[in-house]
Write a protein that binds this ligand. Structure first.
Ligand code: NAD
Length: 496
């Protein structure tokens, strides 16, 4: 059995807690490795390492910090396939999909290479006679990132690129389900010239997370994962005095208006609904079909779904891979029973796909029509290859549906009517909106974040808000005294 350990102080380190978690190959259903689960003492030691490395990194010139990131960017580019292969082996997603994840993560590093520009402060000359004010952005210290299984390379890159560029020391606690990609990222950072101890990976479960959330030497925590854990991380971390951004789960709707191009909308619904087996926080899980577009749209979606090839992610012919675990696969399949019991129509039942019987954690694609909004198949984030259709009489009905959802991560509208699309973008209560774009993940120079139960905290992730999250401002008021005009004055300082 292969053992997966931590990355501490610039090198691979075996776990010492004696506790391990299984790492599966979802395509075969076999255990491929075991990952060390850190103890409280191990996490404390990593924090001490990061704390010791912080002062020198913080004092390192901006140009030098950017240079390390530029080199890291080149190494990421050269190692795309290796990273993607690790993601596919442990997560199960197809190689193409894994390469896409690496490419989107790389964009975040490219943004962070501009740190010397992003960290420019403000300056006001002569706020009072002979007095100037400078605002500067400084790093927070030791910051931590806790990441989910579904993007084992991209989500760590969302966080670490900006955090390091801003001069922080970083501790990554990746998902224990697919831990290997993070270790390759750590190795590449070291090869890029990042000083030892500035970036560390500690694997673990709740023990590691709780230690991070309450450790007095950790200034801030970025989290991405499910809503109940995001809420817990936000509440626990902020109660311990930390800055926290905690991104949670989602239930993303795609509104299709009667004037939409049905073929294009069906292509988008299938791509965004079943890509990565539906295990994306920006996956479309509900199609809100407005008016008489429903019949032709469902037909067009079904026609496409029947052609999708499900198989091992490493097989270049596969379009959709397995789910992350057997338990998750069975849970997702259970929603088809719930939907049926609640009166929905299962148009395509993924359980009937022969691939579902295989040894891997596969589940065929399912399409469910007329899903009642009271059914768990509608209210829960299923996080699997199940696309629900809710029929809406009017545009207003579709908007109401979305407004009543507790989540607000992504949403899309498909229409040829620019006025309707503009109105939708203006009024909808969701953080990321696509107009004829089913997965509107912002590019790296904007920021990523949902509303409502999809994000706890004030700042979104990566891009300009990421720079804000990983820095705090300091305002310096300066007077160079002129001995000729100096005098004692006990009044409160005024500017005029
Ligand atoms: P998860 O919440 O189970 O795990 C996320 C992280 O929290 C992992 O590192 C895990 O080890 C840790 N964790 C799990 N249970 C914990 C507990 N009880 N106490 C402390 N820590 C715990 O999420 P997941 O299953 O890995 O990822 C899928 C979820 O992430 C989905 O809900 C998806 O929507 C969400 N997600 C959201 C975004 C976003 O940007 N909003 C992006 C990707 C994934």
């Amino acid at each position: 059995m292969r053992d997966i350990g931590h990355w501490i102080d610039g090198k691979a380190v075996a776990g010492s807690s004696g506790r391990f978690g299984p790492v599966w190959n979802p395509a075969t259903g076999e255990q491929a490795a075991q990952v060390a689960l850190a103890s409280v003492e191990e996490v404390n030691a990593v924090v001490a390492t990061a704390k010791a490395a912080f002062p020198a990194w913080r004092a390192t010139g901006l140009g030098r910090r950017a240079e390390v990131l530029f080199r890291f960017r080149e190494l990421l580019d050269a190692n795309r396939k290796e990273i993607a292969a690790l993601v596919t082996a442990e997560h199960g997603k197809t190689i193409d999909d894994a390469l896409g994840e690496v490419a989107r993560g790389l964009e975040n590093v490219e943004f962070a290479c501009g740190a010397p520009h992003h960290l420019r402060g403000g300056f006001s000359e002569q706020v009072s006679t002979g007095v100037d004010v400078t605002e500067i952005r400084q790093p927070l210290g030791v910051v931590a990132g806790i990441t989910p299984f579904n993007f084992p390379a991209m989500v760590p890159l969302w966080m670490l690129a900006n955090a390091l560029a801003c001069g922080n020391a970083f501790i990554l606690k990746p998902s224990e389900k697919d831990p290997s990609a993070s270790l390759l990222l750590a190795e590449l950072l070291t090869r890029a010239g990042l000083p030892d101890g500035v970036f560390n990976v500690v694997h673990g479960d709740k023990v590691a997370v709780d230690t991070i959330l309450t450790h007095p030497d950790i200034a801030a925590v970025s989290f991405v994962g499910s809503t109940p854990i995001a809420r817990y991380v936000y509440e626990t971390g902020t109660a311990a005095g930390k800055r926290v951004q905690a991104l949670g789960g989602a239930k993303n709707h795609m509104v299709v208006l009667p004037d939409a191009d049905v073929a294009a909308a069906a292509d988008a619904a299938v791509s965004a609904g079943y890509g990565s087996a539906g295990e994306r926080c920006m996956a479309i899980s509900v199609v809100a079909a407005v008016g008489d577009v429903a019949e032709p749209l469902i037909e067009a979606i079904a026609e496409r779904v029947r052609k999708i090839k499900v198989g091992a992610g490493a097989d270049p012919d596969s379009e959709m891979g397995p789910l992350i675990s057997r338990e998750h696969r069975d849970k997702v399949a259970g929603y088809l029973d719930a939907a049926t019991a609640d009166g929905a129509t299962v148009v395509i039942d993924g359980r009937e796909d022969p691939v579902t019987a295989g040894p891997g954690f596969f589940l065929g694609l399912s399409l469910v029509d007329n899903v009642p909004t009271t059914s768990a198949a509608y209210t829960d984030e299923i996080f699997g290859p199940v696309l629900a259709v809710v029929r809406c009489e009017t545009y207003a009905d579709a908007v109401r549906l979305i407004e009543e959802s507790p989540y607000g991560n992504g949403v899309a509208i498909f229409t040829r009517d620019g006025g309707a699309a503009r109105r939708f973008a203006f009024e909808i209560g969701v953080g990321m909106v696509g107009v004829n774009v089913p997965i509107p993940v912002p590019v790296a120079y904007y920021s990523f974040g949902g509303w409502k139960a999809s994000l706890f905290g004030d700042l979104h992730m990566y891009g300009p808000e990421g720079i804000k999250f990983y820095t705090r401002t300091k305002v310096v008021t300066t007077r160079w005294p002129d001995p000729a005009s100096s005098s004692v004055n006990l009044g409160f300082p005024q500017t005029r």
